[in-house]
Design a protein around this ligand. Structure first.
Ligand code: ADP
Length: 467
């Protein structure tokens, strides 16, 4: 709909501009043209083309008119045709040689105070002879090609006597006259003067520049508005899709531990089973672990959706010691035997200010992902620390499936999960890394990700040192 509306709008604009161009072109130089007309016609009132041309024309016409008349009367049309062409050719040649068109136009410009550069063309359109009164026989007709007349001066519009103006049309006609005599042994001739500016098209466009620019601006604005609306719509759609995914995931994530608790509870109600003490402790163990998981899930969802983590409770401590503790706990909870979680300490100083609770959750999330999105055997997660001048660099590297650049750019967005995992049985809420970024930002740290599909991923956190 939007595209059709835009095409219609653009077409209407183009149509209006084109019509306006035609109108402006029609009226372009109109006042000057009228003035030139008013000056030119009196100058040649008793003449033709330019002052002095009538003598040249008459000389040639009256030299041949009787012979031509005789040939015509005797129906010797071939000889008539040859002679009229020869006569025309010599007449046109002399008219061209003796033309004072240039000075005539210059004088007219001076008289009218016109300073624009102008081009002109003096043209002869048709010549007819009247051997008898009012019975005109064509001698030269515009548009015809005559083999015995100089081809260089023959134009679609007539014979070019002088001037270099190329485009001859009604819009640049200053004067177009037909002179004739009612007597026998006379002639009828039409001729014209055309004057134009050499850059007429640009001149017309310049005149309508303001409208042209406004029109361009309006089309551009509509395009920008379309683009912004479309982009916003895409964003909204993406968000809606993400939220739907999130609801689906969260339902599943909450369902699993809850079902386990319900089953364990049911088993505890079974007297036969509870007779054995180890059964009871294993079932309460299940309930305890699953409740912890539920608590963690609920906590994460609430933290992220409320945008908490604003108030940090920072303590300055040795990052390596903290990491040792967190990784020890983590290793105890790993049920997957193919996971190898290593720690490498390459630091010379490691005192950092950190909120232990949030940092631990963040680290767990990143390590969880390194294990979850990993098909290698063994699944290697390497946590390491190094120093730069001002920072301790914490790296968490895995040999998992890795990510494309397009995915890497979005992994920290709320609810984002890479599309290929939708069909796989890997559960998640798309909140783990969003949480990690919030944690990093709240600490004023920096976080970098290096990853390539099939080559694993590395998360690097830049933590300022407390010297
Ligand atoms: P979740 O794991 O719940 O989907 P996260 O915010 O932790 O949400 O991660 C977002 C997405 O980033 C994941 O769905 C996954 O596609 C991708 N991802 C995160 N960590 C890794 C990793 N180490 N290797 C490959 N992909 C990862």
């Amino acid at each position: 709909m939007a595209v059709i509306a835009f095409v219609v709008l653009a077409s209407v604009q183009f149509f209006l501009l084109f019509n306006m161009y035609r109108m402006e072109d029609e009226h372009y130089y109109a006042i000057e043209k009228q003035k030139l007309h008013d000056v030119y016609e009196p100058v040649i009132r008793n003449d033709k083309l330019y002052p002095g041309a009538v003598q040249i024309i008459d000389k040639h016409v009256y030299k041949y008119i009787d012979t031509l008349g005789m040939l015509y009367e005797r129906k010797q049309f071939r000889a008539f045709d040859t002679l009229r062409q020869l006569m025309c050719d010599s007449m046109f040649a002399e008219l061209r040689a003796k033309s004072c068109g240039d000075s005539l136009v210059q004088d007219m410009k001076k008289q009218l105070g016109i300073t624009d550069s102008l081009q002109y063309c003096l043209l002869i359109g048709n010549i007819d002879f009247a051997f008898e009164a009012r019975k005109y026989i064509p001698v030269y007709t515009r548009g015809h090609k005559y083999p015995l007349i100089n081809p260089a001066i023959q134009d679609r519009s007539g014979i070019r006597i002088s001037g270099v103006l190329k485009d001859i049309n009604g819009k640049n006609t200053i004067s177009s006259l037909v002179v004739s005599s009612p007597l026998a042994r006379s002639y009828k001739m039409d001729f014209a003067l055309h004057i134009d500016t050499p850059d007429r098209v640009w001149g017309v466009i310049k005149k309508m520049m303001r409208v042209f620019m406004l029109s361009l601006f309006s089309i551009f604005s509509v395009l920008v508005i379309f683009y912004i609306t479309f982009r916003n719509w895409l964003k909204q759609k993406k968000l809606a899709d993400m939220q739907t995914d999130f609801i689906n995931n969260i339902t599943h994530e909450f369902h699993t531990p809850l079902s386990a608790i319900m089953v364990a509870n049911k088993s505890l109600q079974n007297e036969k089973l509870t007779e054995k003490k180890e059964n009871v402790s294993s079932l309460t163990g299940v309930i305890g672990r699953q409740s912890d998981r539920l608590k963690k899930l609920i906590g994460q969802v609430i933290d992220v959706s409320v945008g908490r983590m604003v108030k940090l409770n920072k303590t300055t401590l040795s990052l390596n010691d903290l990491l040792e503790d967190v990784l020890l706990d983590y290793r105890l909870n790993i049920s997957d035997s193919s996971v190898q979680l290593d720690f490498e300490n390459h630091t010379t100083y490691d005192q950092v200010a950190v909120d232990v609770f949030y940092f631990t959750t963040m680290l767990q999330n990143i390590i969880d992902n390194g294990i979850k999105y990993n098909n290698s055997a063994p699944k290697m997660i390497t946590v390491s620390t190094t120093n730069t001048d001002e920072h301790v660099l914490l790296s968490i590297k895995d040999n998992g499936i890795g990510m494309s650049d397009a995915i890497t750019r979005r992994i920290f967005d709320k609810f984002y999960r890479a599309p290929n995992w939708k069909k796989e049985p890997i559960q998640g809420l798309g909140l783990g890394l969003h949480y990690a970024r919030q944690c990093v930002e709240a600490h004023n740290w920096k976080l970098d990700v290096k990853s390539k599909p099939g080559e694993g991923s590395e998360f690097i956190i830049f933590i300022p040192c407390q010297h």
